[in-house]
Design a protein around this ligand. Sequence first.
Ligand SMILES: O=P(O)(O)O[C@H]1O[C@H](CO)[C@@H](O)[C@H]1O
Ligand SMILES: O=c1cc[nH]c(=O)[nH]1
Length: 247
Amino acid sequence: MTVHIGARPGDIAETVLLPGDPLRARWAAETFLDQPRLVNEVRGMLGFTGTWNGRPVTIHGSGMGMPSLSIYANELIRDFGAKTLVRIGSAGAMQRHVGLRDVVLAMTASSVSTPSRSLFRELNYAPAADWGLLAAAHAAAGAEGVRTHVGGIYSSDTFYDAREDLNELLMRHGALAVEMETAELYAVAARYGCRALAVLTISDHLLTGEEMPASERERSFGDMVQIALAAAFASSPALDGRMSQDK
Ligand SMILES: O=P(O)(O)O[C@H]1O[C@H](CO)[C@@H](O)[C@H]1O
Ligand SMILES: O=c1cc[nH]c(=O)[nH]1
């Protein structure tokens, strides 16, 4: 047990999917895992462990924003032995060619600051996805026919951003989408020699103002979860991206 995770030793799998929303953790575990069981509910941050194609998987909420994600990523890795961490999150599109429901695989994540800033200080560290996970996720998304984009994103500290110029600057520099956790996930994973990737579903569009209707969220988020699971367990990451329809 840690301060924020009430699981027992062995309760957490080496592969962890991290949605921001704890209720998405419950839905994904009940939908995609066999025999999911609740392993954490401290502060209402739900975590479930079950199996996918016979492989142990934990799906655990990260909360919103990098300070929250950082707590869970640190404890999952340091105290529970997590090795592969895949964020399954929603994001806002920052480019016209990125559409609602599309999946974005975050190759890099720019930020104003992350909880790791105090460590990096003057260093402009470049948080990056694990290549094997990224390649496998891209292959898996292609096999499923999911419209997918790979590139840089923006991990913002604020959802209601009073500095709109930052979004514009990021858009001008090609950022595909904005969300609030990936830059810190990549930094923490790299620090401990773990693999990390963010698989994001576009839920709203900063340029067009479109929003995904609530009724569609589950089906659209399902693509992202399948891609994340297929990537985490791909045997030959760059080539074998097939996704099983089995739970
Ligand atoms: O859908 P999740 O994973 O929570 O991700 C996005 O949604 C939240 C904001 O509404 C932030 O956490 C952002 O990163
Ligand atoms: O952080 C986020 C998440 C989804 N959509 C946004 O616009 N921002």
